[in-house]
Design a protein around this ligand. Structure first.
Ligand code: CTP
Length: 412
């Protein structure tokens, strides 16, 4: 048998290095990436060059190090780097870099490249424990995650100055393994050319001119699904009620009510290869919302509700027109175990779906508003998979893995 090719052959990695003592590990990381077959374009911030000689990375990388936006030989180097990358990896990523990237500040070559790229981004933070645990850093990391960045958590160990704690950059070997897993996953389970329609967020049903009935769906899981599908090369439309960040490559369509969501989804679903209804659609709405504000002096209003259209059930009923389409529903329940399984199976059958993503929203750390989730995937073919408590992007990856399997079976 011929030997297996190195895992990153043909992959272009932009390796960003910031000013941290962990910059010395970037040399090892660069060498390992090149050994794994990657083409590595190193970019250093000015501060990084205080810790590690640019010559070192130029010698180890596939191209000379770039440090400036203002290189006369190459105008707009960030655009060229960003467009050519299969992945941008920042290792080490300092608190400053995470803050600038989260805030959209592009004041040096590395941050400009991060904003200009459509490629997946992986950040490997390194800093003192106090800085890592500061709410500003924690918020920046959470925001970057929601926007689709992949964060390789720092470990516990010795830090600069002899301190010991969390904040030590992940080891180069582990970062390479993570990149291989990430790009490998993207390569093997690609969605290039696939049109995916995702819904997200809870709908808001007007009671009067200033009040509405709503639910606790935050939209985080739907936005994570859209980000993951786009990172895998899909053309993604996200019909959302949420004001959350939208990942690059995702076309957002903002709606508010179940009726608006129904119009947008039914109007666009004919073009979609995959529809994922992650939204919390209201089941009832006020029958006759008052056109003006209801006044206290008029007494307690009697609110009559009427059912909203079930969008997913409508898609399920008309799917004979699109037999190849993959239809995924969610089931947000307040039971776990066998009860959750039963509800998932019922919705799968009633709405004529391929896959149901069921979760017990009353479980700790799962469901509404959290950055993490724990779900049960139930397929129409009887398959079941539990995805243990993890961040919503990882849950999205598992859901899309199942979708890829369904598309593959359908097309074979
Ligand atoms: N859904 C929909 N339109 C509605 C209600 C729900 O498209 N009017 C979709 C949701 O986006 C979700 C799935 O149907 O993907 C299940 O929603 P859920 O509210 O859990 O279930 P219901 O059908 O409302 O059933 P029940 O009230 O029995 O839980």
């Amino acid at each position: 048998m011929p030997p297996e090719p190195p895992p990153l052959v043909g992959r272009r990695v932009v390796l960003g290095v910031c000013g941290s003592i962990a910059a010395y590990k970037a040399a090892e990381l660069c060498r390992r990436l090149v050994d794994a077959g990657a083409h590595v374009a190193p970019v250093m911030t000015d501060d990084a060059t205080r810790f590690l000689g640019a010559v070192t990375l130029s010698a180890l990388g596939s191209e000379a190090v770039r440090t400036s936006l203002w290189d006369e030989a190459e105008p707009a180097p960030h655009i060229h780097l960003a467009a050519g990358a299969d992945i941008v990896v920042v290792a080490p990523a300092t608190a400053r870099l995470l803050g600038a990237y989260a805030a959209g500040i592009a004041d040096d070559l590395l941050t400009a490249t991060l904003l200009a790229t459509r490629a997946p981004v992986m950040v490997c933070p390194a800093m003192h424990t106090e800085m890592w645990e500061h709410p500003a850093t924690a918020d920046n990391v959470a925001l970057l995650r929601r926007r689709g960045a992949h964060v390789v958590e720092p470990g516990v160990g010795s830090l600069a100055g002899g301190d010991v704690g969390v904040g030590r950059m992940a080891e180069p070997g582990d970062i390479v393994a993570e990149i291989v897993r990430f790009l490998g996953a993207a390569g093997e389970r690609h969605l290039a050319g696939v049109r995916v329609l995702v819904t997200a967020g809870g709908t808001r049903e007007p009671l009067d001119a200033v009040r509405f009935l709503a639910n606790r769906s935050s939209g985080k899981q739907g936005h994570a699904l859209a980000a993951e599908a786009a990172a895998r090369g899909a053309e993604v439309i996200l019909v959302t009620t949420a004001g959350l960040p939208v990942a690059p490559g995702v076309e957002p369509v903002k709606v508010d009510t179940a009726a608006e969501m129904e119009r947008e989804v039914l109007g666009r679903s004919g073009e979609a290869d995959v529809v994922i209804m992650a939204a919390g659609v209201a089941d009832f709405r006020p029958k006759a919302p008052a056109p003006a504000k209801l006044k206290k002096a008029e007494g307690v209003p009697e609110i009559v509700l009427e059912p909203t259209p079930d969008i997913l059930a409508a898609l399920g009923r008309s799917r004979h027109r699109r037999p190849q389409q993959v239809l995924v529903g969610f089931a947000a329940e307040t039971v776990g175990g066998a009860g959750l399984r039963e509800e998932a199976a019922r919705k799968l059958a009633d709405k004529n779906l391929d896959l149901v993503v069921a979760n017990d929203v009353s479980a700790p750390g799962a469901g509404f508003g959290h950055d993490t989730n724990e779900v049960l995937l139930v397929g129409a073919d009887g398959s079941e998979q539990t995805v243990g408590l993890t961040d919503k992007r990882e849950v999205a990856a598992s859901v899309l893995d199942a979708v890829v399997d369904l598309l593959r079976k359908r097309n074979s």
